[in-house]
Design a protein around this ligand. Structure first.
Ligand SMILES: NC(=O)C1=CN([C@@H]2O[C@H](COP(=O)(O)OP(=O)(O)OC[C@H]3O[C@@H](n4cnc5c(N)ncnc54)[C@H](OP(=O)(O)O)[C@@H]3O)[C@@H](O)[C@H]2O)C=CC1
Ligand SMILES: Cc1cn([C@H]2C[C@H](O)[C@@H](COP(=O)(O)OP(=O)(O)O[C@H]3O[C@@H](C)C(=O)[C@@H](O)[C@H]3O)O2)c(=O)[nH]c1=O
Ligand SMILES: [Mg+2]
Length: 295
């Protein structure tokens, strides 16, 4: 099976490329700028056709949450129009699409983990642009899996784990918000889950459970708890050390508003695909070992 993933250097794209190396019968090809530029929709179909996919993983996105508040047109061009173009191209090629979306489609006012049927109400431009992307993907290709995930970290690219490790080399104490709750999710786990789902989509027998799924790490924490776990792990592996101080969201002003509760219930994905993420602490340890070259 030939899987084409959009974006070359993204966390999910790089994790998929790495995961595919360990599997027989799966080839992952990453296509990104300049060949495939989601902000220039005219070339999207051509770039995907040229890579002859059996399945497309739509992972590329405008992911700068605060910056999106200042350039909503750019965020919507990539996350809504661009995602729709990718889906349209897959429909024309007659192949399914696995599209990545986010917990930030919710406003965070629920007092429990969100399920797939909960009403969406994004409180940021990024969240709104990703929601518009979900809707476009669903319109253009009925053979879609929309995977809403959250708080992605990995050995690759920019993410919270790498930011906290960097800050720990610069400071003795790091102040981190303790009133936003969610599920840290390793991109290495997402890649594993995607390959598991892809095998079912492309396997014998007709797959019919297309639709929207939540797919996040097992267990929940807040950003401060996540930072503590990262630094405990770092200390144990001989990496940088720092203390974490709990603060409130109001003490850490940002351009974009973020949901106070963005916990996702991933039971539907587990029931359909027989795959569940490891505990988030276990996955944090694995990613930290990759970063420190200690796996
Ligand atoms: N990061 C997170 O915490 C979360 C992410 N998601 C979603 O999961 C998906 C994967 O996220 P992640 O791997 O972390 O993303 P990254 O931010 O690591 O990577 C984004 C990728 O998108 C590419 N990209 C950005 N703009 C364009 C464009 N105009 N044309 C083509 N490619 C472009 C980037 O390319 P380049 O390398 O050239 O910059 C990069 O490869 C995204 O859809 C995101 O919205 C969902 C929940 C949480
Ligand atoms: C670096 C830092 C962040 N924070 C806070 C800010 C924010 O509320 C939280 C996380 O910071 P980030 O910049 O990683 O947050 P953010 O970029 O909003 O992360 C989001 O990215 C997009 C793409 C998603 O789809 C989401 O699931 C989520 O992962 O921690 C601190 O309190 N102290 C710090 O030192
Ligand atoms: Mg960020």
């Amino acid at each position: 099976m030939r899987i084409v993933v959009t974006g070359r250097e993204g966390q999910v794209a790089r994790s998929l490329l790495e995961a595919a190396q360990l599997r027989k019968g799966v080839e992952v090809i990453a296509v990104g700028r300049p060949q495939l530029d989601l902000a220039r929709p005219d070339g999207v179909a051509e770039a995907l056709e040229a890579s002859r996919p059996d399945l497309v993983v739509s992972a590329a996105a405008y992911t700068a949450v605060d910056q999106a508040e200042d350039e909503p047109e750019a965020a919507f061009a990539v996350n809504a129009v661009g995602a729709g173009k990718v889906a349209e191209a897959t429909a024309r090629l007659g192949v399914p699409i696995i599209h990545l979306s986010t917990d930030y489609v919710f406003d965070g006012t629920a007092d429990r983990a969100y399920v797939e049927t909960d009403p969406t109400a994004p409180c940021s431009v990024y969240g709104a642009s990703k929601l518009a992307g979900e809707q476009a993907v669903a319109v253009y290709n009925p053979r879609h899996l929309i995977l809403r995930t959250a708080w992605i970290y990995s050995p690759f690219g920019k993410n919270f784990v790498k930011t906290i490790l960097r800050l720990a080399t610069e400071r003795d104490e790091i102040a981190v918000v303790a009133d936003q709750w969610g599920n840290p999710t390793s991109a290495l786990d997402i890649a594993d889950a995607i390959l598991c789902a892809a095998a079912m989509l492309g396997g014998e027998g007709s797959f019919s459970a297309f639709g929207t799924y939540h797919l996040a790490g097992t267990g929940e924490t807040n950003w401060s708890g996540f930072a503590r776990c990262i630094l405990d792990t770092s200390k144990a592996l001989g990496g940088p050390k720092a203390r974490v101080r709990d603060i409130a969201t109001a003490d850490y002003p940002t351009r974009a508003q973020r949901p106070a509760n963005s916990r996702l219930a991933s039971a539907k994905f587990a029931a359909t695909f027989g795959w569940r993420a490891p505990d988030w602490r276990k996955s944090t340890d694995i990613v930290a070992r990759h970063i420190f070259n200690r796996s």
